[in-house]
Ligand binder design. Structure first.
Ligand code: ZN
Length: 271
């Protein structure tokens, strides 16, 4: 089933469509939670996912209808923000790391200043909580490029360098930074679609150059660029959720029962 059909089916409460949606996208959502809410164990992560799905379905799928409907990755970028906001109450500011200054919008903007876009992305995703290996996979860069992007972290943020596991050290502070970035867009910001087109090599050099020039000075757009790269990566590598896990997540949603019951009744009546 294609993305568009799945989404349309989900809005009608089709069980098959929701099975597809949950199987395809929940693994990415769980992976994101393990980075942005690392204190949550697997069970809590599933509960946050379940709560997000429930909220998407509330009020005749009102929230689901507000997600981007044109492109899968853009839809999941919006879903990512919705999920992280839903899970934000799990983050305890007291649990943030104290061995390095917590990242704030101002300190992060200072760290990013003057860097080329690729190094900004490296630094941003590193502070968010990614290990070097995952970061290289998300941005499709060599360790050498990654390391030169990390140079500015040598002084104050040695605590996050050389980490082998994914998981943010300042989940509460980073959530504040994300909220600041989400709220900070302006009319000058390119549409997320333009970033997708750039990522897919579908734009001319001028368009790419102008969007990149804007993004190096705009935290709102840098965050969306980083989110698009993350989502693209995880959608590509995470296997679908096993059917029994899908059923557990669906049990709480207002999905229509399979027509199986009706079929078996007809079968019983007419053989
Ligand atoms: Zn912008």
């Amino acid at each position: 089933m294609t993305f568009h059909k799945t989404l349309a089916g989900c809005e009608e409460g089709s069980r098959a469509a929701w099975q597809g949606f949950v199987a395809s996208y929940t693994p990415t959502l769980l992976r994101l939670l393990s980075v942005y809410a690392p204190a949550c164990n697997e069970e809590r992560q599933k509960q946050v996912c379940q709560e997000s799905l429930r909220l998407l379905c509330a009020d005749n799928f009102r929230r689901l209808r507000t997600l981007d409907h044109q492109s899968e990755r853009e839809c999941i970028v919006h879903l990512r923000a919705f999920l992280l906001e839903t899970g934000a109450n799990q983050l305890d500011p007291a649990a943030d790391n104290r061995n390095a200054p917590e990242p704030t919008p101002d300190t992060v903007k200072d760290l990013l200043k003057g860097l080329p876009l690729i190094h900004q992305l490296v630094l941003f995703l590193k502070l968010a909580g990614y290990s070097d290996g995952t970061l290289e996979g998300i941005l499709r860069i060599t360790p050498t490029v990654a390391q030169s992007g990390l140079q500015r972290l040598q002084q104050k943020y040695t605590v996050i360098l050389k980490r082998e596991r994914d998981g943010g050290l300042w989940p509460a502070a980073w959530m504040n930074l994300l909220r600041h970035a989400w709220a900070g867009g302006s009319d000058a910001c390119p549409h997320l679609r333009q970033f997708t087109r750039i990522l897919d090599g579908q734009t001319g050099w001028n368009e790419k150059e102008s969007a990149e020039k804007h993004t190096v000075g705009c935290l709102h757009c840098l965050e969306r660029w980083a989110a698009l790269r993350e989502v693209t990566h995880w959608l590509g590598v995470m296997p679908p959720l096993p059917a029994d896990h899908v059923d557990v997540l669906l049990s709480d949603l207002p999905v229509k029962a399979e027509p199986r019951a009706r079929t078996s009744l007809l079968k019983w009546m007419f053989g």
